[in-house]
Write a protein that binds this ligand. Structure first.
Ligand SMILES: C=C(O[C@@H]1C=C(C(=O)O)C=C[C@H]1O)C(=O)O
Length: 273
């Protein structure tokens, strides 16, 4: 039985997917490329069985999902690929319209939590697909994630860049979990043996990836626009673990999101077993 796996087409997912494909039997998998917001929708509708997906997607529809243990896309401090770009200092953004990446679900809610709770601001928000320079003509602040955020930070187009992983850490002292490996419960039951093997292989792939960042960087496509040493530096900055501290950070984010009316209920954290 084929397992349909979402694949976020960002540099942050390259190490684990490369290690999985090069060391483990993937003949039973179909990989579906997409940006997080699209993969979240495919996961919700059952088009795919599991995916590294926005942590807020888990919280929003947790009755349908469980989580693979020991895996996430997180930060403990800076993340380097989730930025609020702005034309003015963040302290001057109260009341301003803020542009939001159409690709993200977690980070848009993280920004809402930070602006409301860390700064005490009241903002309006609008999704946009405009590139950074154009968007900043309409919005004094713009959130980008993934490769677009890495490129935006390197471009120097924005007067100010705020790393949301760092803002969260300064606010809470906790890790921030951007993505979790979310499994549909119906697929976990129907494809249990394959899912058990995949859960084990992904953790092993993560450990293998940690030991081979320079080799993975030397042969991946992203090196053409970011460069090998910056890629290795990025992968060493992002955190792929899921410890008790990560879960505490995720629970705190979900609590803020719930209190602000961004998610309907407070989710239970339930793992695949
Ligand atoms: C750190 C990142 O984490 C991501 C952010 C996500 C979101 O905001 O919904 C979802 C998946 C991750 O790819 C990033 O993309 O830069």
């Amino acid at each position: 039985m084929t397992i349909d796996i979402g694949h976020i087409k960002y540099a942050n997912c390259t190490p684990i997917f490369t290690a999985l494909a090069s060391h483990f039997d993937c003949s039973g998998y179909r990989f579906v490329d997409g940006v997080p917001a699209d993969l979240n929708a495919m996961l919700r509708s059952g088009e795919i069985d599991l995916s590294p997906s926005s942590s807020i997607e888990y919280a929003t529809a947790h009755e349908q999902y469980c989580l693979l243990p020991s895996l996430s896309i997180s930060s403990i401090g800076a993340v380097k690929s989730v930025f609020l770009f702005s034309s003015v200092p963040v302290e001057e953004l109260d009341g301003c319209p803020i542009g939001l990446s159409a690709e993200s679900d977690t980070s848009v809610n993280l920004l809402k939590v930070l602006l409301a709770r860390k700064y005490g601001f009241s903002n309006s928000f609008e999704r946009t697909r405009e590139p950074l320079a154009e968007a900043l003509k309409r919005f004094p602040g713009l959130l980008l994630i993934g490769d677009a955020a890495l490129k935006g930070a390197a471009s120097g187009v924005a007067a100010y860049c705020y790393d949301l992983g760092q803002l969260w850490y300064d606010f809470t002292g906790l890790p921030f979990v951007f993505a979790l490996w979310i499994v549909r419960r119906d697929a976990a039951t129907a494809k249990h043996a394959g899912m058990t093997m995949l859960a084990r292989d992904l953790v092993a792939a993560k450990e293998l990836a940690y030991r081979s960042y320079p080799e993975i960087a030397a042969s991946c496509q992203e090196r053409e626009w970011i460069g090998e040493s910056d890629l290795v530096d990025y992968w060493n900055t992002i955190n792929y673990e899921l410890t008790e501290a990560h879960i505490e950070g995720a629970r705190l984010f979900f609590r803020h999101a719930f209190e602000l009316g961004l998610i309907p209920t407070l989710p239970q954290i339930r793992f695949f077993e």
